[in-house]
Design a protein around this ligand. Structure first.
Ligand code: 0RA
Length: 688
């Protein structure tokens, strides 16, 4: 397999691609075209996985080609339809995939596009290179074809309407002209191969979320999504004239308070690249930065982000100095100062992106840094001059951040000098484990003293430590570092973790490899969990990204039949087990008296059931409302024993969404909180 094909990144949109030299498309280039067997053999290599991610990737791949047509200003409207039979149609009004016969191959270009892998994402046709690429891996529509039970393509161009059908990537016949047409465009309908994918069910939410984002990144394209799988059909339409400026507005429309009315926006071409940036500050403390290269998100940033940051800091400092917001004696604003409350989208479109890092999510191209720095610096300086009131609000926010940071540093220094954290005795409430090998050690953060008691008795004290936290810990949203350090519960936690916090944070000093949040399965439990997740998200993000943070999964029910009992984790699972037990009982009954009867056992078991248990004849159902209801042995077996427990690894996404919920619950804004409480009123008992 040619190296470039495998996981190669998306290449440039037509509009910005370097015009390929004619001779780049000689026989040599064409000889790398190959069939689709490798795709069917190792689908994961091309689309990442055969799970839901890979499945949805098929849509992204096809839609990307349509977006490329839109970026090149040939297509204006894209329609994505989730069909009743499980297939997906993607239709655009672009040029249409060429249908003329390829000189070397003597088959229709359309067939080549759909049945051959294209090294580097491009391949030669007379008169220049056709780009046939897209998607995260830049693999092209042929990969989608290979992994589809059936794919139908209809092309309108050159006065005709043409079609071809494929099964698992193999054409079932030649390209046929089925009529005349004055229009132009491409419609691809594919049905994912059930023998390839773990699931073939598309998630409309996911489709909407991804495609909406792509729409922001492709200014002026109209996109319609139709879900026909259920009646009445649902239709969603997106059209963002403002490009990434619309995106920033959207990002700031959810429980964020813009600090100033105008969104800064610039779009500029430089060399072969297009740079588009939008930003607006909010009252938030965090930073929301969304960098993209050729419409691919780069969570790890890279050259464009570096250029952006340099320009942002420098421009704000220049402005603040020249207008007297910073006096001679004042120090410059730092990168951290200008980052607080910033929402920004940086989208670059470049001909040959290079990605770095293990996950290939960081943009490498060094020239891009300079491009972004120049464009951002010039345009943002102009913006500040032209919008003095926005400028004043932004600088005000940055200067405040600078002061707060200085105050926090001073506070932290005093705290540290007093030895509050480092080397300080471990908190009394901590029941530490005996092992000192962090690699093996676990810290359970447990809600309440009673659950803490059970956990202390139930644990394996060799490697499991327990830290009980009492009640509502604190509102970290409004509290800053200095206030946080003063809170005893948080102090206990930080001391127990051993890493210190803020600028003093050191992952190497982490005393436990796994930190496990263990709270009740009720509203209070979920509130405390949200608080803790928010705390970790904001102050210990490295613990999350390095996979140290988990959520324990205590069972919700215990279902018993005779001596047999099962712990289950959801109501669905509960009903399944009850059914299963009922079937077993029925089977046992019909077998007759030689079988052990449930009746005798039942009495014994029912006696064991605690208060609140529901009874179905012969089956006991015990609901656990809190960890405290389990005895230490049960808690160990179901929730803490590494051999039998289930734990949820906390991802940045989980923590981020907790953080957003937290904003709603704790933030200054009343309206969203009211709405949240109203919609959750049935199952909530919030005292906030
Ligand atoms: C190759 C060359 C050209 C367009 C396309 C492919 C193309 C592919 C897809 C996939 C979905 N929609 C699409 N629209 C166009 C350029 C053809 C020309 O120069 O006329």
């Amino acid at each position: 397999m040619p190296k470039d094909t495998k996981m190669s990144q998306k290449s440039a949109p037509n509009s910005t691609a370097k015009k390929p030299k004619k001779d780049a498309y000689g026989a040599e280039q064409i000889s790398v075209l190959e069939g689709l067997e490798p795709v069917r053999k190792r689908p994961g290599m091309y689309i990442g996985s055969t799970g839901p991610d890979g499945l949805h990737h098929l849509i992204w791949e096809v839609v990307d080609n349509s977006f490329d047509e839109a970026m090149a200003k040939f297509a204006t409207h894209i329609v994505v339809t989730l069909n009743e039979n499980g297939s997906v149609s993607v239709e655009d009004d672009g040029r249409g995939i060429p249908v003329d016969t390829h000189k070397q191959y003597k088959v229709s270009a359309l067939e080549l596009v759909l049945t051959k892998l294209h090294a580097g994402g491009k391949f030669g046709m007379e008169g220049g290179g056709y780009k046939v690429s897209g998607g995260l891996h830049g693999v092209g529509v042929s990969v989608v074809n290979a992994l589809s039970e059936q794919l139908d393509v209809v092309v309108e161009r050159d006065g005709g309407m043409f079609t071809q059908t494929y099964k698992r990537g193999e054409p079932t016949g030649k390209v046929k002209k089925i009529g005349a047409s004055k229009k132009h465009g491409t419609k691809i309908t594919f049905k994912p191969d059930v023998t390839v994918f773990e699931t073939v069910e598309f998630d409309i939410k996911r489709v909407i979320e991804h495609l909406r984002q792509q729409c922001y990144l492709t200014k002026g394209v109209k996109l319609t999504i139709v879900d026909t799988r259920k009646t009445p059909y649902s239709t969603y339409g997106f059209y963002f004239e403002g490009g990434v400026a619309s995106y920033v507005r959207h990002l700031n429309s959810h429980s964020k308070h813009p600090k100033h009315p105008s969104v800064f926006y610039v779009e500029k071409k430089i060399e072969d690249s297009t740079i588009e940036i939008a930003l607006q500050y909010t009252e938030d403390y965090g930073e929301n930065l969304y960098p993209f290269t050729n419409n691919i998100h780069n969570p790890d940033g890279g050259a464009h982000v570096a250029g952006f940051r340099t320009a942002l800091t420098r421009t704000l400092n220049n402005y603040a100095r020249s207008k007297g917001f910073l006096k001679d004696k004042d120090t410059n604003l730092t990168g951290d100062d200008v980052r607080e409350g910033l929402t920004a989208v940086i989208s670059v479109k470049i001909p040959e992106p290079q990605f770095e890092g293990q996950t290939k999510t960081k943009l490498g191209n060094p020239e891009v840094r300079g491009y972004v720095e120049t464009i951002m610096g010039d345009a943002f300086a102009t913006f500040l001059e032209e919008h003095p009131r926005d400028a004043e609000a932004i600088i005000g926010k940055c200067v405040l951040a600078q002061r707060a940071r200085a105050a926090a540093r001073a506070a932290r220094d005093t705290v540290l000098r007093k030895g509050a954290l480092e080397g300080f005795a471990l908190p009394g409430k901590l029941a530490d484990c005996s092992s000192r090998e962090a690699e093996n050690c676990e810290l359970y953060i447990v809600e309440g003293d009673s659950a803490g008691g059970s956990a202390k008795q139930g644990r394996d004290r060799n490697f499991q430590a327990i830290l009980p936290l009492r009640g509502k810990i604190l509102n970290v949203e409004r509290a800053r570092l200095d206030k946080m350090l003063a809170n005893t519960e948080i102090k206990s936690l930080i001391i127990a973790l051993g890493t210190n916090i803020g600028e003093g944070f050191d992952l190497e000093k982490l005393r436990y490899n796994r930190i496990i949040i263990m709270t009740d399965a009720d509203v209070d439990g979920s509130h405390i969990r949200t608080l803790l997740l928010t705390l970790f998200y904001r102050y210990f993000p490295d613990l999350i990204t390095n996979h140290h943070l988990f959520i324990a999964q205590p069972p919700l029910f215990k279902i018993s039949k005779g001596k047999d009992h099962r712990y289950v984790f959801s109501e669905e699972e509960r009903d399944k087990v009850i059914q299963e037990f009922q079937k077993m009982k029925a089977a046992a009954k019909s077998k007759g008296a030689e079988e052990e009867t449930d009746e005798g056992e039942k009495v014994e078991e029912e006696a064991e059931l605690e208060e609140g248990a529901i009874r179905i004849p012969g089956i006991g159902i015990q609901r656990y409302k809190g960890l405290g209801e389990m005895n230490p042995e049960q808690l160990w077996q179901t929730t803490m024993n590494p051999v039998s427990r289930m734990m949820k690894l906390v991802t940045v996404k989980d923590a981020k969404s907790a953080d957003e919920t937290f904003d709603i619950l704790m933030g200054a804004d009343v309206a969203p909180r009211k709405k949240f409480i109203q919609t959750h009123a049935k199952n909530a008992n919030l005292d906030i």
